[in-house]
Design a protein around this ligand. Structure first.
Ligand code: HEM
Length: 136
């Protein structure tokens, strides 16, 4: 497969900034997740970290790596509990953000599927409330 990276296909940075903006609109109203963010109630720094990570992950510039180092997402999520409930809240906000930015867009359904095909297992992988071997 020699397909253009998703970053290019969605037109670059702007798409990810909008996705992250919509995602944090949801997080800001979420009493379970909002207080976990280190700069709460200011989400601007967290928005920037997530947007830069996603831009890098989907084939854009590696600014995240330059600023934050290797992502090591499991390690970076260890300071707070990620259980099934947290995962589900996170995914609910991400799924509606994906829908918002993909709806009505050319090829939007395919883009939405690609994004969620990553987010769903990746969010599950970040669960850290039980040893991996004991997870249901
Ligand atoms: C696919 C799933 C996820 C991805 C790609 C993701 C990505 C990220 C990234 C890139 C950071 C910033 C790391 C840094 O540079 O310090 C971060 C931080 C964080 N994540 Fe996640 N995350 C995911 C799932 C979750 C879930 C399920 C929770 C639920 C509790 C969560 C809560 C947080 C919090 C509270 C922070 C700290 C704020 C921050 O440093 O930006 N994340 N995540």
């Amino acid at each position: 497969m020699n397909e253009e990276p998703l970053y290019e296909r969605v037109g670059g940075e702007e798409f990810f900034r909008e996705l992250v903006e919509a995602f944090y609109d949801g997080i800001a109203t979420d009493a379970l997740l909002a207080p976990l963010y280190p700069e709460y109630p200011d989400f601007e720094p967290a928005k920037d970290r997530l947007a830069l990570f996603l831009i890098q992950y989907w084939g854009g510039p590696h600014t995240y790596m330059e600023q934050r180092g290797h992502p090591r997402l499991r390690m970076r999520h260890l300071p707070f509990v990620v259980g099934e409930k947290e995962r589900d809240h996170w995914l609910t906000h991400m799924a509606s953000a994906v829908e918002k930015v993909c709806d009505g867009r050319d090829g939007g359904a395919d883009i939405a599927k690609e994004l969620l095909d990553y987010f769903v297992p990746a969010a599950d992988h970040l669960r850290n409330d039980q040893p991996l071997g004991l997870r249901p």
